[in-house]
Design a binder for this molecule. Structure first.
Ligand SMILES: *Cc1c(COP(=O)(O)O)cnc(C)c1O
Length: 402
């Protein structure tokens, strides 16, 4: 069993481990603290060689103490695909795509909820609730059902129908909210006492960041215990950036890697870009709203700990950029033409990579990893068959084909 505690990412205060309420009195976010000094002596990377290809291969670096409480659907250890042809065309050294859409619930939210729901199980909780643009709701629903817990999910009305439909399918009590994700969060906060809900929203509990941390651990292992120079990540609430930054520091403390921190690049959709605005405040101060941004995992106008995300991006020498709808749509087509199904979030990383090549921010020596966090199907329009040639026979085919 690991010696667990919590530490504050802002003031460094150390506290005993707990399952809820991750805000320090200073306002910072509490994160899980491991005895890395002890682990560096007892846990060797060679131990991983014979382990099952799942994110639970890193169980020593995950906060679940009772192995019987691990709730898994087969998450993690997703392929890291090299894009050799593009390396020839672009002014970068190496290009990889981490195929997170292959997780059990069709997005990388599986990772966070596998750990979060395991912790709920371990704590004896029975009811969980989450505000979500869809993928978090589907993941909570699936893992809660697997664990035998009740889940209630609150999703903005305009979220993609297919993602919404998954929630009742996985057995969640599902509500559409006439508002945005923070309005959905307010409903849970208002009702959690009365309803007995544990709020598993971003940074409300320790598990989701720890689950997403495994993306960083895995990336390092898949690259032979090195980090790429640049990670391009579609950022909403930011738990993935926080998790991968934590992975870097933990692997360093274990002595498994050395070298500089990867430069973290946050991509967002123009119109809802709090991280971009936080790094370089716009000349004319506008309220950070959603503008015309689509309802995706990146549409989080008020990330719960924006200062932490900004400090990670700055420390790492990274940057943030906002992509237009058109750039994102073009990237979806471009990835599709290479056999890769990418959600708008994953596409945004491709569009961001191209923009950073154009601007010269990416260097010819850089190795770059893009995170395709979900697949295109989740965002498909229901009830519209694309207009394509329709035939009944081979003769029809012959008459229509060129
Ligand atoms: C939630 C989500 C994101 C944003 O991830 P964070 O780690 O919360 O910033 C990106 N892409 C998809 C598909 C998502 O569901």
């Amino acid at each position: 069993m690991n010696q667990l505690g919590l530490y504050c990412s802002r003031c460094s205060a150390r506290l005993p481990f707990r399952y809820q309420d991750m805000k320090c009195t200073c306002g910072g976010t509490l994160l899980v603290d491991y005895d890395l000094e002890h682990l560096s002596r007892t846990f060797k990377k060679e131990a991983l060689q014979n382990r099952y290809p799942s994110m639970w291969r890193y169980k020593e670096l995950l906060p679940v103490s009772n192995p019987d409480c691990i709730i898994t659907l087969g998450e993690g250890w997703t392929p890291l695909l090299r894009m050799q042809k593009w390396e020839q065309k672009l002014p970068i050294r190496q290009l990889w795509i981490k195929r997170e859409e292959q997780n059990p619930t069709g997005s990388f939210k599986s990772r966070g909820f596998s750990v979060a729901v395991s912790l709920l199980k371990e704590s004896g909780a029975t009811k969980a609730a989450v505000p979500s643009n869809g993928n978090a709701a589907g993941a909570l629903a699936a893992y809660a059902s697997r664990a035998g817990l009740t889940s209630t999910v609150f999703i903005p009305l305009d979220c993609p129908p297919l993602i919404v439909e998954e929630c009742p399918l996985y057995g969640a009590e599902t509500y559409l909210v006439d508002g945005l994700i923070h309005d959905a969060a307010a409903i849970i906060e208002a009702g959690k006492q009365e309803q007995g809900w544990v709020n598993v929203g971003t940074l409300k509990e320790p598990g989701r960041v720890e689950g997403k941390k495994t993306m960083g651990l895995e990336l390092a292992e898949q690259l032979g215990w090195t980090f790429p120079d640049v990670i391009i990540y579609p950022t909403g609430g930011g738990s993935g950036i926080i998790g991968m930054w934590k992975a870097y520091h933990e692997l360093k403390a274990l002595g498994w890697i050395d070298g500089p921190m990867p430069r973290f690049v946050c991509v967002q959709e123009a119109g809802c870009q709090p991280i971009v605005d936080g790094l370089s405040p716009p000349a004319v101060r506008e309220q950070t709203g959603t503008g015309e941004a689509n309802p995706t995992g990146m549409r989080v106008p008020h990330p719960p700990d924006l200062p932490l995300i900004l400090s990670i991006v700055k420390q790492s020498g990274g940057t943030a950029l906002a992509l237009s709808k058109e750039q994102i749509a073009e990237a979806t087509r471009s990835l599709g033409a290479q056999g890769i199904s990418s959600s708008p979030e994953g596409s945004a990383t491709w569009a961001g990579m191209l923009a950073l090549c154009d601007s010269g921010w990416l260097r010819p020596t850089d190795s770059v990893v893009l995170f395709n966090t979900s697949h295109a199907m989740k965002y498909a329009k229901l009830g519209t068959t694309p207009s394509l040639p329709t035939i009944k026979s081979y003769a029809d085919y012959k008459s229509l084909s060129r």
